[in-house]
Design a protein around this ligand. Sequence first.
Ligand code: F6R
Length: 610
Amino acid sequence: MCGIIGYVGARPCRDILFNGLRKLEYRGYDSAGISVLREGSFSLVRAVGNLDSLEALLDTVDDKASVGIAHTRWATHGVPSERNAHPHTDCSGRFAIVVNGIVENYLRLRAELVEEGHVFSSDTDAEVVAHLLERHYRGSFLSALRDAYAELQGHFTIVAMSRADPELILAVRKETPLVLGLGEGENFAASSVAAFMSHTRVAVFPRSGEFAEIRRHGIELYDEQGNPVAFEGHVVDWDEDAAEKGGFETFMLKEIYEQPTALVDTLAERVGPDGLVRLDGMGLQDELFRDASQIVIVACGTSYHAGLLGKYALERWARLPVEIDVASEFRYRDPVLDERTICIAITQSGETADTLAAMRVARHSGAHVLVVTNILGSQATREADGVLFTRAGLEIGVAATKTLLAQFLVLLLLALHVARVRGKLDEDTVIRTVNELRSVPASLARLLAGEAPAQLQELAQRYRGSPFFLYMGRNVGLPVCLEGALKLKEISYVPAESYAAGEMKHGPIALLTHGSPVVAVATDGRTYEKLVSNMQEVRARGAHVLAVASEGNEGIREVADHVVYVPATSEMVSPLLAVVPLQLFAYHVAQANGEKVDQPRNLAKTVTVE
Ligand code: F6R
């Protein structure tokens, strides 16, 4: 949601900023703008729609300025329009600002400012920031921002320029993302490393409430009282090609094909020479898991589906009670937790507002919080007691794919580790299962190189016009189905529901008519026979069954209209393979229907508002 980039350096920055916005497109947006500063004046342009609309106006922007800020906006307060796009300025025209997030008390602030004579030119909450800077300015830009910040409630990141300080940009964050890039004779502020990765790999992650002074030759950080704060740069090892499509027609497809690599990278250093799981650096001691009374998992969307698999694995292997909830419900429902509870928060971005809030609820109740995330330095990593990183690399497609697979893997590794620590699985079983996990990347590469992708494209062509899809599965097949249905909804806008197959008779089966497509995840496992009965039941009502099954299972052809095979594995490992055909199916339905797969309507990659 909303993307920001700011630049201070020696080079003309208009195009650097614009190209940075291109790298942030994946976050979701509906309008965009750029402002640069040279010789005491701003040159500013904003446009509704995609970046091509802004690009068409770029010629009107000063191309010599070497200080500037830019923004992609995902509308919350005020419709997408040129006047609501950022940057915004104050009445005096001294300040230009961009904001990501929400200023919750903006109505009161705006009323006060209007009363004082300020004239607003947009309907946004963000514009109050520019006028507050004007209100508080007494000669020091930094003090003005500090005083403005003190008045603001909500979650937001601000990046600002002042005509009186032509070689400086200021930035501050309150919970939403901000990362600074340390370059050679130039520095950056952005919502994501992706925005400046082609210029520098050295990133600084300020804490919430720290103010950054960014100049050409350096960066300083200050706390809310104005005291300098020490910081260190982290070298980001993401592949620069991650922000390019590399020959694929979309980022999503590229990321689906990157999944074997994401698994290999996530596994690296997680297996010791003894073949057991190593979770060094996790930050939570084994004793905590040994003595834990329960685990609660919180997450949103796709990450929640990963959490469901985590629940099955932790319960089956580690014999610990596991509760799971979507973070937006968990945070408001007075969950019963104590110091023997371990809360596992799963969030690829590490910035999802509801998940962060759920983590705070858990910590407040004395629980220990472990976060599973893909983003170094993200807010979740700062607030958790422990961190397990997925190493999926930068994911640009709004619909999560490779980060989900990496989450599945990390949760299975964690469950194996906890099971061993608690004496519930012997070492041989753990070693055998770890070995099986190590073989998954090769199996997945084989799946992606085999017949399945073309078969799924054909099936997508055949069923693309269906008004409704039903997904059903049992046990670990259920999270896979939930994810398959979510992918289809997100990118193809086709209604899809996912149910535990045992629930079909309790309602959803009424939806089926002749030719209704039902996707069944029917890989080998303890509930396979039960699922076959459910497949027969839906077929008896005229539905067409598209089954995902384990290689070698020829018998399933008798109860399914179409079968897509995935390499056979043990049951708990099977979601790592079974979910991939469902990603591809959703992808091809969306493509066949001409939808914009990488930037689905109304969705944002990082949901930093509640
Ligand atoms: C779906 C998707 C979303 C995210 C959800 C949580 O494809 O990407 O459902 O999974 O917004 O995001 P994170 O994992 O960043 O907390």
